[in-house]
Design a protein around this ligand. Sequence first.
Ligand code: SAM
Length: 218
Amino acid sequence: MTGQKKETALEDRGQEGARLFSPSAARNRDPIRDVFLKYLPETGAVLEIGSGTGEHGVHIAAAAPGLRWFSGDPDGAARASIAAHIAASGLGNIDGPHAVDVCERDWDAALAGPFDTVVSINMVHIAPFAAAEGLFAGAARLLHSGGRLLLYGPFAQAGVHSAPSNEAFDASLKSRDPRWGVRDLEHDIAPLAQEHAFRRDAIVEMPANNFTVVFAKR
Ligand SMILES: C[S@@+](CC[C@H](N)C(=O)[O-])C[C@H]1O[C@@H](n2cnc3c(N)ncnc32)[C@H](O)[C@@H]1O
């Protein structure tokens, strides 16, 4: 992959066979599922980018039988975990893993769409900004008018971090890799949305100073 060459887990993950378990996913998976379900269609195809362990996809797909969920990650260990979580879930409405790296040119070209929604949880701050650029560009090509792009993670707003802990997190990300960092919804993300014809429909405050941000393709 081009965009990310290092271990991106910022926490000690549990492991059972190939399945990885993220402590943060255990904490935030219910609020993420509950808010995402408000903005996902009842039926349709969802492409998840940067699925990591794969826990969020399985958790949301289990609660949304009308959706077809497609998980994936450019990291090989993550893909093995995703495949094992999908198999263990017994769910018929989740597939994967794909190996999409949104820093690669035309990453969407090989996917068998169409997709109604693209989601990415905790990705754009733990990747070069090119990943956010690539995510918006590819989502714009994949989605029809009205299709949504859902992002979850820490974000600053107009130059202001949502909490001192997020400012410290931003500094620690940048010390690990200067290309990483908490993105600013107005300064960083809004120009991408405008360039790729997305309207920002909602910013939902989530636990621990995170946000779900909802975009819709014009
Ligand atoms: C912090 S983890 C989040 C995983 C999961 N979404 C979660 O919230 O538990 C970030 C994930 O983004 C993936 N990632 C990083 N750069 C990427 C890129 N350019 N394209 C797609 N995924 C990427 C990493 O491999 C990693 O699994």
